[in-house]
Design a protein around this ligand. Structure first.
Ligand SMILES: [Zn+2]
Length: 408
């Protein structure tokens, strides 16, 4: 479709637009609002953006008309947390964990070894396979971290590969201390904040740190974030995944966009998330795959925190790329309503990436949208594990699936 052409999508049984009134403010079509949905709706795409939404009966004319026969249309998913630059796999580790043997640190280092040894072509092929898998499942924007290289050239290589396919590239040199620095973790932090950052910052938008016992403590994490910010990067943090700790506090003090995991939170942590713009990004694929208690989404939402959902797709603790699966977990296991979970996977992810052009279908938003083979968003949780993404548009282009209604 050329930019001059317009497409009318009509016969939409439910259009989830996320352009409802935000709490404490007026609706603003230039950024996501609260969850909002309209039945018997239509939407016009022009120039790669949403040009009009409203009742199907009042839809304007367009160059092309697509009738979706009562099915639901949603914003594309924004997966704000993924580790896709890696080689190898860890299915044996997963099987052992499910058999009841305890999770042992060191799994990440197995992936580091395989990643360092892999040629660019193998890393690129794996990355693109996973990105294509995400797109087919409705993810139109995803974040991608480094963190399995942990040398200057390997981290820079991972970020360059990620930058080939997404603008949301995150420098995670501070994922874990590599074995060659086991006796000198402070020396590794100096490397992450110095020469490695210099090599990585040009390809990255974000800096991240795994703030946890056994990884990086509060002072080290704060130093990594400050160095990244001084190099022009924006902060996000792996926080409070394995136990209570300083991660959320570090994220709030650094003005991070997001604190990710948030599985073990004190009341002070919840207050910090509710009283600052830091998004609480919950990653229920991890708790599912590690057989751990799920994050307390209800507690965060009731306190007023902004909650996002993401996959944390990685070969160790959560090897799913499916946002619909995360939505189903959030509804079934974390007390979120279907509306809250879908908002968190779309507008919430956009907030966690500080993007206003995605995560909603207000006029002017990028035309990233999903057609479900179902009449409403509820089906994402109501029919878990069922492929229901019929078609995906990215910037107005149909990039996956078909609009043909197989059920008709
Ligand atoms: Zn992660």
């Amino acid at each position: 479709m050329s930019d001059a052409e317009s497409t009318l999508i009509t016969g939409i049984g439910e259009l989830v637009s996320n352009d409802g009134e935000p709490s404490g403010g007026q609706p603003d079509s230039s950024q996501p609002g609260s969850f909002a949905a309209m039945t018997d709706a239509a939407l016009v795409i022009a120039g790669g953006k949403v040009a009009w939404t409203g009742p199907a009966s009042r839809a304007p004319a367009a160059d092309t008309v697509v009738d979706v026969a009562g099915r639901a249309v949603l914003p594309g998913f924004a997966d704000s947390h993924a580790h896709l630059v890696f080689a190898g796999e860890r299915s044996a580790e997963f099987a052992a964990r499910m058999a009841g043997r305890p999770y042992r640190a060191g799994g990440i280092l197995g992936t580091v070894e395989a990643t360092r040894a892999a040629p660019d072509s193998a890393l690129r092929a794996n990355l693109r396979r996973l990105a294509a898998e995400m797109l087919r499942q409705g993810t139109t924007t995803f974040e991608c971290k480094s963190g399995y290289g942990l040398t200057v050239p390997d981290e820079a290589r991972g970020l360059a590969l990620a930058a080939e396919i997404t603008p949301e590239v995150t420098y995670l040199g501070a994922h874990v201390v590599p074995p060659e620095f086991a006796a000198d973790p402070a020396g590794y932090v100096d490397l992450v904040c110095g020469p490695m950052l210099d090599a990585c910052a040009p390809a990255a938008r974000w800096v991240d740190v795994f703030c946890e016992d056994g990884a990086f403590g509060a002072d080290e994490a704060a130093a990594v974030l400050a160095a990244g910010q001084a190099a022009g990067l924006h902060a996000r943090v792996h926080a409070n995944q394995l136990g209570p700790g300083p991660g959320v506090r570090v994220a709030a003090e650094a003005g991070a966009a997001s604190a990710d995991h948030c599985t073990f939170l004190t009341d002070d942590d919840v207050d910090a998330l509710a009283s600052t713009p830091v998004v609480a990004t919950l990653l229920p694929g991890v708790e599912f795959s590690c057989r751990q208690p799920f994050p307390q989404a209800r507690r965060l939402l009731d306190a007023g925190a902004v909650v996002a959902l993401a996959t944390d797709c990685n070969p160790g603790s959560s090897f799913t790329s499916s946002m619909p699966f995360c939505i189903a977990l959030a509804v079934r296991e974390m007390g979120m309503t279907t509306e809250e979970a879908v908002w968190a996977a779309t507008a919430g992810g956009a907030r966690a990436l500080r993007r206003t052009d995605i995560g909603h279908l207000g006029v002017g938003a990028r035309a990233d949208l999903i057609l479900l083979d179902a009449p409403s968003h509820t089906y994402l949780a109501y029919r878990p594990g069922v492929p229901q993404i019929a078609a995906v548009w990215q910037a107005g282009n149909l990039v996956a699936g078909t609009t043909v209604n197989n059920a008709a």
